[in-house]
Design a protein around this ligand. Structure first.
Ligand code: AMP
Ligand code: MG
Length: 339
């Protein structure tokens, strides 16, 4: 009998023995959280419907939300999907391994649970050497959503996973802080023109440089085709108020609240306007120098910290809407309280 409820989650190092144990556990139907360059994924053997069912259970993820299948090498693609056109192939060539997820026609081998019954499957080849080594050694494609409870902040460190899911999963491979810090860009290439379903770690401009214009789905769409489009997602426990860049209010920030600035410059401007907020306001800066890559990598870390600090509310400003700033603003918007 398989052990579905190990009494204790085990932390593994990203070395040869750790990779070997993680791979064997995955192949054997256990759940292993693995580091990728975007966020930590909660991995299960994609061909093992029971293991995949447990992913939904552990995340409390609604059954309609399909998972991303991760492969180590291009030779692993044929088992799960095919390229519908030359454009899709060009994108894979240009950006895999990397933070791009492609929606592709699936093979019959992929369990319906993985795709929520769709005839397409989301596939990505992660760039993280530990993730690829584990998937390669497991010898199976790995279905892996972000390793967090559904709707909550994504994990960018092993300790985030341990805190959120540690009592419910089998292993966590500690690969340190993730490099990119926001999820992959999800691109549907099955239609006439490529469509970004979720902005993410690969900027739209990088995609357009290879294949020309791509569309970006309307994120307030009433009927999401991709649950990453759900209006409320990636949210902290505290209510998050999102304002325009440079527009953090002077007056409404109260005791025990948290403030998220894009850069040191925006904090300085705010301070010049308002003076100090007092010791009971917790301030965080996404990137002192105003670098969007750094801001993306810091985003979930900062929100986790504020939640851990037990702040009553969070005030955050948007970042410049270019490059990775699009993904940062998207996650901030989804984490925010809408009136
Ligand atoms: P996560 O599992 O948190 O990394 O998010 C995966 C994202 O990919 C979600 O927004 C899913 O809805 C989306 N996705 C996965 N498979 C499909 C598919 N076949 N069609 C459209 N979106 C998908
Ligand atoms: Mg997720």
């Amino acid at each position: 009998m398989r052990r579905y409820n190990r009494p204790i989650m085990e932390l593994l190092q990203p070395d040869a023995p750790g990779i070997d144990r993680a791979a064997r556990a995955l192949a054997g139907g256990l759940l292993v959280a693995i580091p990728t360059e975007t966020v930590y994924g909660l991995g299960a053997n994609a061909f093992d419907a029971v293991a995949v069912a447990r992913v939904f259970e552990v995340k409390r993820r609604p059954g309609f939300d399909p998972l991303i299948v991760h492969i180590a090498d291009i030779s692993g693609l044929a088992l799960v999907a095919s390229f519908p056109n030359a454009l899709a192939e060009r994108l894979a060539e240009a950006f895999w391994p990397g933070p791009l997820t492609l929606i592709l026609p699936r093979t019959p081998r992929v369990p319906a649970l993985v795709t929520s019954g769709l005839d397409t499957v989301a596939v990505r080849m992660p760039a993280h050497p530990v993730a690829r080594a584990i998937i390669r050694a497991a010898g199976v494609p790995v279905a892996a959503p972000s390793a967090n409870p559904f709707g909550y902040l994504s994990p960018t460190r092993a300790e985030h996973v341990v805190r959120m899911l540690g009592d419910a999963i089998d292993f966590v491979v500690d690969g340190g802080a993730t490099d990119i810090g926001v999820e992959s860009t999800v691109l549907d290439v099955t239609g006439e023109r490529p469509l970004i379903l979720r902005p993410g770690g690969l900027p739209r401009a990088a995609i357009e440089a290879v294949v020309g214009p791509v569309d970006l789905v309307d994120r307030v769409s009433e009927t999401p085709t991709s649950p990453g489009q759900l209006a409320s997602h990636y949210a902290p426990r505290a209510s998050l108020h999102l304002v325009a860049e440079g527009a953090l209010p002077d007056a409404s920030i109260g005791e025990g609240e948290g403030l998220v600035f894009f850069s040191e410059a925006s904090r300085a401007a705010y301070r010049a306007r308002r003076g100090s907020c007092g010791p009971r306001v917790t301030e965080r800066i996404l990137s002192p120098g105003g670098d969007l890559r750094e801001a993306a990598a810091a985003l979930f870390v900062v929100l986790h910290e504020l939640d851990e600090a037990g702040v009553a509310g969070i005030w955050a400003e948007r970042v410049p809407a270019e490059g990775l700033g699009l993904a940062v603003n998207d996650r901030l918007w989804k984490a925010s309280t809408k009136q």
